[in-house]
Design a protein around this ligand. Structure first.
Ligand SMILES: C[S@@+](CC[C@H](N)C(=O)[O-])C[C@H]1O[C@@H](n2cnc3c(N)ncnc32)[C@H](O)[C@@H]1O
Length: 279
């Protein structure tokens, strides 16, 4: 199996869970998503490329903004999750949405035809994010806008840092760099996204942190979300027998209890809103 087919298989396995978690994801990411659409200046009639679209939650927001005269092409590496995106768009009556299975690093689209390209929480999974950014730029008309959300630095994302470190410990693997390529926080290193966007040939580059905390009833509710929808953590624990996996999830739940509050559980989460224009 290649890294690409591993990623596709991992997200195929998490597809139904991610789709079922749509209400939780929408509550978590709604403000950040609208800030991303604003940064890409998405308006009526626009033709938009949605990269690593998943089950299409943000695709629906984009489609509503571009309206029936616009077009959205939602792409993803996982056929199963993308089929859910198409079904969700169809169920919402958004006929301006089309889907195509494609690796973000190798989009193979025909020419520079899009007014905007967006990517919500997908770029950090690319082993070669520079290739994904170059492919997005190549798909844009001159002056077209790019906007993306990626996870920020480990200090702003303690839940992810705790879960990743705990998974490595339960696998008896040595602690890895939080910025290891293709992992959740891989693009969170300060300055990295701005440098990559510049290197991909974008101009008007801006990167700013956006707080997107989780508000859930308990740490257990957060772990349940990650356990069913969070492919990277699911994949890290997959080689362990079921009992050992359960012990790792329990360990994470106990540690994340530190973010409990009188009115529930508030998990800190910091994203980077990255935007730029094609020259
Ligand atoms: C965390 S989900 C985000 C999905 C969606 N954008 C959202 O925010 O709800 C990450 C998505 O990235 C996709 N993905 C991972 N690696 C990819 C790649 N190399 N090319 C395209 N999509 C990829 C996965 O299949 C998955 O759907």
């Amino acid at each position: 199996m290649t890294a690409t087919s591993d990623a596709a298989a991992g997200w195929d396995a998490a597809a139904e869970g991610w789709n079922r978690s749509a209400p939780l994801i929408r509550a978590w990411l709604n403000d950040a998503t609208h800030a991303m659409l604003d940064a890409a200046r998405i308006g009526p009639g626009a033709r938009v490329l949605d990269i690593a679209a998943g089950a299409g939650d943000q695709t629906l927001d984009i489609a509503r903004r571009v309206g029936p005269q616009g077009k959205v092409l939602a792409t993803d590496i996982s056929p199963r999750i993308l089929a859910l995106a198409q079904a969700n768009a169809d169920a919402a009556g958004l006929r301006q949405v089309e889907t195509r299975v494609a690796d973000a690093q190798q989009l193979d689209l025909d020419g520079a035809v899009f007014d905007a390209a967006l990517c919500r929480l997908g770029l950090m999974f690319c082993l070669a994010p520079i290739d994904a950014l170059k492919a997005a730029r190549a798909a844009l008309k001159p002056g077209g806008r790019f906007a993306a959300l990626v996870f920020g630095a480990p200090q702003g994302n303690p839940c992810i840092a705790i879960m990743a470190a705990t998974a490595m410990r339960h696998r008896a693997l040595p602690a890895a760099s939080p910025y290891a390529p293709g992992t959740l926080l891989s693009l969170g290193e300060p300055g990295r996204m701005a440098r990559l966007l510049g290197a991909a040939g974008f101009v008007e580059v801006e990167v700013r942190p956006v707080s997107a905390p989780f508000h859930l009833p308990s740490a257990a509710a957060y772990i349940e979300f990650v356990q069913t929808s969070g492919s990277p953590l699911m994949q890290m624990l997959a080689p362990l027998p079921p009992d050992a996996q359960r012990a790792a999830w329990d360990d994470m739940t106990a540690q994340l209890g530190v973010f409990g509050a009188p009115d529930g559980w508030h998990g800190p989460n910091e994203l980077l809103l990255c935007s730029a224009a094609a020259p």
